[in-house]
Design a protein around this ligand. Structure first.
Ligand SMILES: [Zn+2]
Length: 443
């Protein structure tokens, strides 16, 4: 140990550090110092040299950025990836019947293991999830060292693991007790959507969320049909209806929000809710373009989400940053409207804010959790590095991520997963996914 050096557990040195802090500092040859689960210092080379650590990562030629936040996912749906991609009205006609027949606790565990592996490989360090047997998603996150917000789907018909919505609420509360205080896994409520639950159930979820102090995620204003049906049944928009049942507040993260008018957006902003923008999933389904930039301009925290792998087919945020930028530029016929720096913000700090987690993750700052992605710039398509935000949004692929750190632990180093066998995950996943085709064919 060098005389006078300060002890730390991990130092990432010599990188191009993209902090995403309030001043959007970018530090050349910078250092990120980690002690335990926390970032203890971020600064230039001289600062880094004041510290010594057991684990030192030399990030020369690499970009060091906050781990990305996937604000909306159904991790276990990796097992269904590539099925029924282009079927119309497929949620009701295809996905729900398929899930009723196929989804088991084992499927959810190994589906989530593959999804989490894919996200770690892509530099994602937090994801919000909504599915069935959701405790298995929490277990998978724990097993691979991933940060997650897990929500058991509350839906108005018999689900694979819960006969009634009330059962799903009870299951959520049991999970919240089991996982209470966990450093990585946070339990939340996940009412499926305003159209798939009775008003009483939505009110009940709002009450439980307040009493148990839990975050809430929901699909909201996703289709024209949802808008039309809501107008016909309740005489209001999906956002206004959600407000009327007590769910529009600062616990909420609303996924999609394609059909929101100015009044809705004002209401969203005033409520303190966050929004998950899923450009890849929405574009693939031909649903439309969410007014994400308008919401962002109003001050609503808007993060990026991939949706499940059956909807968006990929779980990486690089692709969403790129798509978001291009879709909004296309829509507005204006290349100025969605800058690369704004997209990186949506993939990191704004994503954290949309999940109400910005105090602990989303940027590289002392006092925050050490969730970090180290991205190589050595591949052919990353040369030269004239503008780091441009490189991350318009050129980088998930495979450029070299190291991923979550909660101070190096969960991927030089693309290797210490302490866990990729082959084991592939073997179990392939076995389960292999049985799906027969079930799908029988629908
Ligand atoms: Zn979804």
């Amino acid at each position: 140990m060098t005389e006078g050096a300060i002890r730390a557990d991990l130092i990432i040195r010599n990188g191009l550090v993209v902090t995403m802090d309030r001043d959007r500092r970018v530090i050349e040859g910078g250092a990120v110092v980690v002690t335990g689960a926390e970032i203890t210092a971020v600064g230039d080379q001289a600062l880094g040299e004041r510290y010594e650590a057991v684990t030192v990562i030399d990030a020369a030629g690499d970009i060091v950025m906050p781990g990305m936040v996937n604000t909306h996912c159904h991790a276990a749906m990796t097992v269904f990836r590539g099925l029924g991609d282009d079927i119309p009205d497929r949620l009701e006609r295809y996905i729900f019947p398929l899930e009723a027949k196929a989804v088991t606790a084992e499927l959810v565990y190994w589906g989530a293991m593959l999804a989490i592996l894919e996200m770690i490989e892509a530099g994602v360090t937090t994801f919000a999830d909504m599915y069935f047997f959701e405790e298995m998603v929490g277990k998978a996150a724990r097993d691979l060292g991933m940060r997650a917000v897990v929500g058991e789907t509350v839906i108005g018909f018999a689900a694979p693991d819960c006969a009634t919505p009330e059962d799903a609420v009870a299951r959520t509360l049991a999970m919240a007790r089991d996982w209470g205080g966990d450093d990585l896994v946070q339990v939340g409520l996940a009412p499926h959507a305003p159209y798939s639950l009775a008003a009483d159930t939505l009110r009940r979820v709002a009450d439980v969320a307040r009493e148990a102090d839990l975050p809430v995620q929901i699909h909201l204003a996703e289709t024209q049909k949802e808008w039309d049906d809501m107008q016909a049944a309740h005489g209001r928009s999906p956002v206004a209806y959600l407000a009327s049942v007590g769910l529009l507040n600062d616990r909420l993260t609303a996924a999609h929000c394609l059909f929101a008018d100015e009044d809705d957006m004002a209401q969203l902003r005033d409520s303190g809710a966050g929004v998950s923008h899923n450009p890849g999933s929405n574009a693939k389904a031909g649903k439309g373009v969410a007014p994400a930039l308008r919401m962002r301009a109003l001050g609503i925290p808007v993060g990026l989400g991939t949706d499940g792998a059956m909807s968006g087919n990929t779980l990486d945020i690089f692709s969403q940053m790129s798509l978001a930028s291009k879709i909004h530029k296309l829509e507005q016929r204006d290349r100025r409207v969605a800058t690369a720096a704004d997209m990186v913000a949506m993939g990191t700090i704004d994503g954290a804010a949309s999940l109400h987690m910005a105090a602990s993750v989303g940027s590289l700052e002392a006092g925050k959790r050490a969730d970090i992605a180290v991205v190589s710039t050595k591949s052919t398509h990353m040369r030269p590095l004239h503008d780091v935000y441009s490189a991350l949004v318009y050129a980088a692929w998930a495979g450029d991520v070299r190291h991923t750190v979550i909660n101070g632990r190096v969960v991927m180093r030089d693309r290797k997963i210490p302490g866990y066998s990729r082959d084991k995950i592939y073997r179990e996943f392939d076995r389960i996914a292999g049985g799906i085709k027969g079930i799908a064919a029988s629908l």
